[in-house]
Design a protein around this ligand. Structure first.
Ligand code: IPM
Ligand code: MG
Length: 403
């Protein structure tokens, strides 16, 4: 699936595209990428994404300069804080950010913990104004059997969730009464916060590659903030006459995503609803390990890319996690940096592994390959070392024999 980030004048875009392709063949790109490995399986999946980025750099003659920085439980252990100032500084001075995962079990069941890994991510979102989280959801026919949904409902599923990321209940005032018997989290949205993500979602919806339908998911029958979302979206809609707008309550949307996911094209929603429905939607693909995401900063000149899965601590260090979510996040990063051809090659490589059943344990618990083997295969494909056919015996040697 393809996800263009740049919102540019259409005529110019077409006009310039050929020129850009010609220039890109000769122009060497030099980009700085901030890398936050994070917790659990974060470092190992990130490593494979970087391996693929290195193969891209070599193949196309680019140079990527990686700047490693800390966040999450890893940062708490090393510095006492989940997001050191240095990390914000490095991110702000980079062209893009590649992030692994966050979270550690030692904080999960301790509601009184004063410092939590997740605070690092929330603070980073706010500090960099990463206001739009974009999560594409699509299916692979070779993996239909893994999805809890019926195959007939999976064919042609291709939608993108636009989740607002810096407002709503996540960032509202939080309070617990002194006697500890009452707690509250405020949910607030401003018109400006809704407008900026709504415009972005509408822009995507009207792209030639999309089906020109936008569904606003809210709870306007109950919540005042949802009523503001509807009002703002209704006002903006006439600026995008080719896009059909639909409104759906979040409880209904949660059901429809499972019952009839192909009806969706672009889903626009607020922070908390987006968090919930994007995890729900991820099971459609067959494995949470496959899905990438991008979080765009205000102004469009910085973005963070991460797989949607969590830190999966049980798998950490075992070389069994699926690196594809992270590798596809790297593909989104390339596209964001205007390297479309490079991004396509990475996606082709990923499709090639899935079609040939070179998959990790989450996809095939018996005949599986290791995280590092999948990363190696994908980077070899990118480097042109795998031409059409492949010596499967060599790869078979790297297949797990643990049943
Ligand atoms: C996500 C995660 C985060 C969120 C957590 C780790 C704070 O679930 O990116 O979806 O709730 O936004
Ligand atoms: Mg989530």
């Amino acid at each position: 699936m393809r996800c263009e980030f740049r919102v540019t004048n259409k005529t110019l875009e077409t006009h310039n595209s050929q020129l850009i392709t010609v220039l890109k063949k000769t122009i060497k790109m030099n980009k700085t990428i901030a890398v936050i490995e994070g917790d659990g399986i974060g470092p190992e999946v990130n490593k494979q994404a970087i391996r693929v980025l290195d193969a891209v750099a070599e193949h196309f003659g680019h140079e990527f300069d990686y700047r490693y920085c800390l966040m999450g439980a890893d940062a708490i252990d090393k510095t006492g804080t989940p997001l050191p100032d240095e990390t914000i500084e490095i991110c702000l001075n980079s062209d893009a950010i590649l992030f692994g995962a966050i979270g550690h079990p030692k904080y999960d069941n301790d509601p009184s913990a004063k410092v939590r890994p997740e605070q690092g991510l929330l603070k980073l979102r706010k500090a960099l104004q990463l206001f739009a989280n974009i999560r594409p959801v699509n299916t692979y026919s070779s993996l239909f059997h893994l999805s809890p949904l019926k195959s007939k409902n999976l064919e042609g599923v291709d939608f993108i969730i636009f989740r607002e990321l810096t407002g709503g209940i996540y960032f509202g005032n939080k309070e617990t009464s002194p006697d500890g018997t009452r707690a509250s989290d405020d949910c607030t949205y401003t018109r400006a916060e809704i407008e900026r993500i709504a415009h972005l979602a509408f822009h995507f919806a009207e792209k030639p590659t999309r089906r020109k339908k936008l569904t606003l998911v809210d709870k306007a029958n109950v919540l005042e903030t949802s009523r503001l979302w509807r009002k703002v979206v209704q006002e903006i809609a006439p600026q995008y006459p080719s896009v059909t707008v639909e409104y759906m309550y979040v409880d209904n949307a949660a059901m429809q995503i499972i019952q009839n996911p192909k009806q969706f094209d672009i889903i626009l929603t607020e922070n908390m609803f987006g968090d919930i429905i994007s995890d729900e939607a991820s099971v459609i693909s067959g494995s949470l390990g496959l899905l990438p995401s991008a979080s765009l900063a205000n102004g469009g000149n910085l973005a963070l890319f991460e797989p949607i899965h969590g830190s999966y601590p049980q798998a950490a260090g075992k070389d069994i996690a699926n690196p594809i979510g992270s590798i596809l996040s790297a593909a989104m990063l390339l596209e964001f940096l205007s390297m479309e051809e490079e991004a396509k090659l990475v996606r082709d490589a990923v499709n090639w592994t899935l079609l040939n059943s070179f998959v990790t344990k989450d996809i095939d618990p018996v005949n599986f390959y290791f995280t590092s083997t999948i990363g190696e295969l994908i980077s070899d494909f990118v480097s042109g070392k795998i031409a059409g056919t492949v010596k499967t015996e060599n790869i078979e040697l790297r297949k797990s024999t643990i049943i």
